[in-house]
Design a protein around this ligand. Structure first.
Ligand code: E4P
Length: 219
């Protein structure tokens, strides 16, 4: 299972990378805006800064929604660094763009996926990654994890090479359930990754070990 961090914050990306468990980064226009990044050259420079931190797989999302615009923008994003994965929305022209990038050997991440039907289309087009949004489905009383399960099952039926990248992850149980289901990748905020570390018995056990060690040393 691959771990991507879902942020455009350089300090958080560095922190996750320094743990030695990070496989990639996902961003979206909202996450870039949250970091105050705007304007074409600033956006590109920020993507380059992210690529300089991690080893590979940095999703950079197109803003265009028409085929020609997505192709032009995606090619420019891909030129920033070999680590870039072009993120394309799940719309009709997006599917055409994914097919085009597949034929050109440019990796894609199909985003804003909320149904199994959409997942089938993206796989048929040759998406490298598929991003179904768990939390946003949960928010409207649909079962986001059930969708991950359905897609993993369907892709398994046909041997689709598209990797299921579970997105919109809000808490550690989302991540753990994705691991049980067999999602290929999870992308989540830093607090979800570091949340996996926490257990009260680890904390109390460590405190006890250190106290016993100090007591023995003082004798
Ligand atoms: C990542 O690729 C998605 O854009 C992101 O996970 C969406 O998360 P959100 O629903 O918390 O905004």
């Amino acid at each position: 299972m691959k771990f991507f961090i879902d942020t455009a914050n350089l300090a958080e990306i560095r922190e996750a990378y320094d743990m030695g468990i990070l496989d990639g980064v996902t961003t979206n226009p909202s996450l870039m805006a949250k970091e105050g990044i705007s304007g074409e050259s600033n956006v590109r420079a920020h993507y380059k800064a992210i690529c300089d931190i991690v080893d590979d797989k940095v999703s950079a999302e197109v803003i265009s929604t028409d085929f020609d615009g997505m192709i032009k923008e995606g090619k420019e994003l891909a030129k920033i660094d070999d680590k870039i994965v072009v993120k394309i929305p799940m719309i009709k022209d997006g599917i055409k763009a994914i097919k085009y990038f597949h034929s050109e050997g440019i990796r894609t991440n199909c985003t804003l996926v909320f149904s199994s039907g959409q997942a089938i289309l993206a796989a048929k087009a040759g998406a490298t990654y598929l991003s179904p949004f768990i939390g946003r489905l949960d928010d409207i009383s649909y079962d986001g994890l059930e969708l991950i399960s359905q897609i993993v099952h369907i892709y398994g039926n046909y041997g689709f090479e598209t990797e299921v990248l579970a997105a919109s992850i809000r808490h550690t149980m989302h991540l753990i359930k994705c691991a049980e289901i067999g999602a290929d990748v999870v992308t989540c905020p830093l607090k979800v990754i570091t949340g996996l570390l926490k257990h009260p018995l680890t904390d109390s056990g460590l405190a006890q070990f250190l106290a016993d060690h100090a007591k023995a040393a003082s004798k």
